[in-house]
Design a protein around this ligand. Sequence first.
Ligand code: COA
Ligand code: NAP
Length: 280
Amino acid sequence: MQVSQYFARDLFRDRTVFVTGGGSGINLGIARNFAALGANIALCGRTQERLDAAAEELRALGAKACPVAADVRDYAALEAAFARSRAELGPMDVLVCGAAGNFLVPAEKLSANGFKTVVDIDLLGSFNASRAAFAQLKETKGVLIYISAGMAYMPHAYQVHVGAAKAGIDMMMRNLALEWGGYGIRVNSIVPGPIEGTEGMKRLASPEAKQAIIDAVPLRRMGTVDDIGQTAVFLASPLASYISGCVVVCDGGANLAGSGQFNAGAERMLQKMAMQATRS
Ligand code: COA
Ligand code: NAP
């Protein structure tokens, strides 16, 4: 993994990193990058088998791993997961809040419960994890990282629920950076751009849209899970020891072009889904 060519391989040795939603995609990529630098990793998500498979991957990189099922909407379950991770791996040095849900839907068709569900997972779930981890992070003078999205600061069509949830996360990030800085806790958000091969991309863009997405990115490529993992590793490292309260955008410059390409692609994808639904 590229990260171990540029950072000391023992940078996070004996450190514990907890990743919510760590069983797949970008969050698992983040976990892998920390594991490659010596960290031990705890993961939660709703699906134990998925977490167990992720833990096996992390062990193959030399990490101790603690996969524990917990829904981030359930505060007591998170408290139990954090207690178990502490017992197995020691107090948490880094918490990555990456658990999220997403789907394309026009606002006028989104039910109140659909909106609430995404806000509950993304925003409330991130608060729940942060609050439940506070004592451990205070003890270690730890680092808190949220996985946000471009929808937090630029409107994207059919993403009213996600925009509201992620904007809330970024404001919570600033509040906690302000309040918890006094305990030595640093708090930042990462905004990934379009990341290849992820569930998020599968849900938000059809495979035919790939070239149009690439064309709209100033750096002319989609991101990788390692791009985000590397950003997280940097933010948790001593090299970032004076960085707190920031939204770090890792998107190849994609936000500079606005959300027009996304909106047009989302429109086509919804039309395609509607046609498929009519046929079946
Ligand atoms: N369009 C419109 N509404 C939708 C929807 C869609 N595609 N998918 C779910 N909903 C609505 C449901 O209809 C329900 O509302 P209702 O009770 O008024 O009918 C509400 O959202 C909750 O759905 P449910 O399936 O019970 O939620 P869940 O808690 O089991 O799952 C989701 C959460 C919906 C976010 C699910 O997509 C998920 O588990 N996602 C995780 C993976 C993911 O999204 N990855 C990408 C991250 S970027
Ligand atoms: P993903 O693989 O689906 O990751 C989401 C993870 O969250 C899954 O492992 C899922 O596991 C878990 N999860 C969902 N609901 C949960 C809940 N209630 N409690 C605990 N865990 C839960 O999707 P991804 O595309 O990699 O996205 C990862 C993060 O990056 C998200 O925060 C997303 O908003 C952000 N992001 C992604 C992109 C992109 O291009 N993909 C762009 C911008 C931002 P279970 O289903 O097993 O619970």
